[in-house]
Design a protein around this ligand. Structure first.
Ligand SMILES: [Zn+2]
Ligand SMILES: [Zn+2]
Ligand SMILES: [Zn+2]
Length: 210
């Protein structure tokens, strides 16, 4: 673990910038960590879930369920997979429009937005040292997700500056890593619900502006 941490820290060293270089460099150490990250949630067995929304078990099995879904502002449904380690969802960049997850997007329980990391009431089970902390933030500058630490009963991100060098912690950047079960029980229905919720919220915002 120590070598992973020191690798990660090395990735945060400021680099000299020159105009020809693109600003975001994913260091080899970081890329390696992302490549080797193992799924954090138990393997999905279709038989354990009813898949009520699917017409048949066959239809249910064809769905690449993952651990949840992110419905982007552009309407694209991005699968979410929770990984072990410091970067629980790797980079959250939309597969269609390239935008980074924002507060107007909708996500299933695995990424449940929290109002504030200071007022969030921690559940006891997150204080067990054996469990990985089920809180994370997304860097709104580059999309990389960072797992929180719990320090003195507080959610803490001070150990994890983003390798992109930007602060990137606007409102709506913090999440509780929720259960996968609600999603896996009925992925098609949950995806439709979230898409509708996103569209409704977008039209409400539009009407408020009129
Ligand atoms: Zn998108
Ligand atoms: Zn969005
Ligand atoms: Zn970043």
């Amino acid at each position: 673990t120590f070598s992973i941490i020191s690798k990660a820290l090395n990735a945060f060293r400021p680099r000299p910038t020159s105009p020809e270089c693109p600003p975001i460099v994913v260091s080899q150490g970081l890329q390696e960590q992302l490549d080797y990250a193992q799924p954090a949630e138990p393997v999905w067995h279709a038989a354990e879930y009813e898949c009520a929304g699917a017409e048949s078990l066959g239809a249910c099995l064809r769905i690449d369920t993952g651990d949840g879904i992110w419905v982007c502002c552009c309407g694209h449904e991005n699968p979410l997979v929770h990984y072990q380690g410091a970067f629980p969802f790797k980079y959250l960049k939309c597969g269609r429009c390239d935008r980074i997850l924002c507060p107007n997007c909708r996500t299933s329980e695995i990424l449940t937005p929290i109002q504030s990391i200071t007022t969030e009431v921690l559940e006891d089970r997150f204080n067990k040292p054996a469990d990985e902390v089920r809180y994370c933030r997304v860097c709104r500058a580059c999309g990389l997700t960072h797992r929180a630490a719990i320090d003195g009963g507080q959610i803490d991100f001070s150990h994890a500056p983003c390798p992109c060098g930007k602060v990137g912690t606007e409102d709506g950047s913090y999440f509780h890593i929720g259960e996968v079960d609600a999603w896996r029980r009925d992925p098609p229905a949950r995806a439709v619900e979230l898409s509708l919720a996103r569209t409704m919220a977008a039209s409400m915002r539009y009407m408020e502006k009129q």
